[in-house]
Design a protein around this ligand. Structure first.
Ligand SMILES: N[C@@H](CCC(=O)N[C@@H](CS)C(=O)NCC(=O)O)C(=O)O
Length: 215
């Protein structure tokens, strides 16, 4: 078996796959691509992911991109390894899939709008109204997650793809605050979300997957 994981430091989508690989205790080769060196635009990488984004994996002769699909693939292909990312029970599995969708549909979009402004736009050109609208949406979403959490993990007693999808985006939101302190991210985090974050941060492999340029 040869499993190659193409990652980019700080990408929340790549980070979820990294957490998934570690959770399942899979052996993989990490290839950390550089956005600034344009590694994602090389013909070799475009052959793996024509959308020129991370993450992607190559499992022997099979390439796959899109982080949510990768998590499902890894869990099914390596069902007998490590812990599950999606529960075996059909209804519980449907709930985890729903949560991953909710993260991608409702949390990721405003997060990307903030990243686009705060990280990739010179400060003098920031659209403060756009940032404020995105922040308000994130605050609403975090309030929803605060209500959703009823156990140790988002979908119950065990960590799942849902936790690995949401956590990197919340961590990235906190990171944005370093550039724009009045985002007041901490004010958006309720007690259950905070306790959940501490549980994710206590996972033995979390540090290993921390974005290298954040360390
Ligand atoms: N829906 C994709 C999103 C992947 C994505 O947007 N990756 C970003 C990094 S966070 C990327 O590679 N961007 C490169 C670029 O736009 O040049 C997934 O879930 O895998």
């Amino acid at each position: 078996m040869s499993l190659v994981f193409y990652c980019g430091s700080g990408s929340p989508y790549a980070w979820r796959v990294w957490l998934g690989l570690e959770h399942k205790a899979l052996a993989y080769e990490l290839r950390m691509l550089s956005f600034s060196a344009e590694d994602l635009k090389t013909p070799e990488y475009v052959a793996v992911n024509p959308r020129r984004k991370v993450p992607a994996i190559v499992d022997d002769d099979f390439s796959l991109y899109e982080s949510a699909a990768i998590l499902e693939y890894l869990d099914e292909r390596y069902a007998d390894r490590g812990a599950r990312l999606f529960p075996g029970d059909v209804r519980r599995r449907a709930v985890v899939r729903r949560m991953v969708q909710e993260v991608d549909q409702y949390f990721a979009a405003p997060m990307e709008r903030i990243v686009d402004q705060v990280l990739f736009t010179p400060q003098e050109n920031w659209n403060l109204e756009r940032i404020a609208r995105a922040r308000a949406t994130l605050a609403e979403e975090l309030a929803n997650w605060e209500q959703t959490i009823r156990a140790d993990w988002l979908a119950g007693a065990e960590a799942s793809a849902a936790d690995f999808s949401l956590y990197p985006l919340v961590a990235l939101t906190q990171r944005m605050q370093r550039r724009k302190p009045d985002l007041e991210v901490e004010a958006m985090l309720g007690p259950r979300v905070r306790a959940w974050m501490r549980r994710v941060e206590a996972l033995p492999y979390l540090r290993k997957t921390w974005p290298p340029h954040w360390k």
